[in-house]
Write a protein that binds this ligand. Structure first.
Ligand code: MTE
Ligand code: MO
Length: 258
């Protein structure tokens, strides 16, 4: 028997997704998949591991059985993701990064300044104290990682839409990009940036964000997969030029909607 060596996941993912998308007949369904669904997302949604074409088929059949409500919050940027009671918070909440927990970046609070650049009227830098003085909100939501785990956590901070308005961002621009204190970077579409549950998170579980979860701040979006949620944010920029991202440039779906 010949056992085929699996291809690197990123390459396999794109090829299988392309085939899967082609196989769906209804134009509407084809559209939402192309726009928003990663293969990892598909796998998590359906509980199918997408190892070959047959399992992709099974997964897609399951998705098509979801009712409109479920599809609504998953794929419509204007709908809300579910929230949970605090009793459902996952403890301990998992750590993840492209490096191990022993290499977590330590950002110094005193010297920290958040840079805001690109298509914004006010390019002044922000201290943490200034950010904490803005109106705050919190959420208990589920974080979904394409690596196959999800967990419920509680984040607090500045609603990102309010922050963008505060700095006079061009809300008609296409992208908001993020540069982090490690080598991570990512970017999101403006509708997601303005989504009511998108939070410039300064706290985790009521305490200042610990280093491993992204001190001094992360962007928290329950409508996006984990890799779209940048930790240790140093700079935010508003642009019409596609900024890509650390995993996105290696084959992960840019939209990353979950
Ligand atoms: N700066 C930075 N942000 C990052 C990452 C990273 O490696 N560096 N990893 C992403 C991924 S893949 C996940 S799942 C989440 C993990 O966040 P957590 O450690 O709070 O669980 O952070 C995301 N944001
Ligand atoms: Mo992730």
């Amino acid at each position: 028997m010949i056992i085929q060596k699996p291809r690197p996941l990123a390459i396999q993912r794109d090829a299988v997704l392309r085939e899967a998308v082609e196989r769906i007949r209804q134009p509407a369904r084809r559209d939402f998949l192309r726009r928003s669904l990663t293969l990892g997302g598909l796998s998590l949604l359906t509980g199918c591991s997408l190892v070959d074409e047959d399992s992709v088929e099974v997964a897609l059949t399951r998705v098509s059985r979801f009712n409109d409500d479920v599809q609504g919050w998953l794929f419509d940027p204007n709908r809300l993701a579910p929230t949970y009671p605090e009793s459902m918070i996952t403890r301990p909440f998992p750590f993840n990064a492209y490096y191990g927990e022993d290499e977590v970046r330590q950002v110094a609070e005193e010297s920290y300044r958040l840079e805001v650049t690109g298509q914004v009227a006010d390019k002044r830098k922000w201290t943490l104290a200034e950010l904490r003085a803005l109106p705050q909100a919190d959420q208990v939501t589920r974080h979904i990682c394409v690596e196959g785990w999800s967990a419920i956590g509680k984040w607090g901070g500045v609603p990102f839409k309010a922050f963008l308005q505060q700095v006079g961002a061009d809300l008609g621009a296409r992208y908001v990009g993020f540069k982090c204190a490690d080598d991570y970077f990512t970017s999101i579409d403006m509708p997601t940036a303005l989504h009511p549950q998108t939070l410039l998170a300064l706290t985790y579980d009521g305490q200042p964000l610990p280093p491993k979860y992204g001190f001094p701040m992360k962007l928290r979006m329950p409508t996006k997969l984990g890799y779209k949620n940048p930790k240790h944010i140093q700079a935010i920029f508003v642009t019409n030029t596609y900024p890509g991202g650390y995993w996105e440039d290696q084959g992960y779906n840019w939209f990353g909607g979950s």
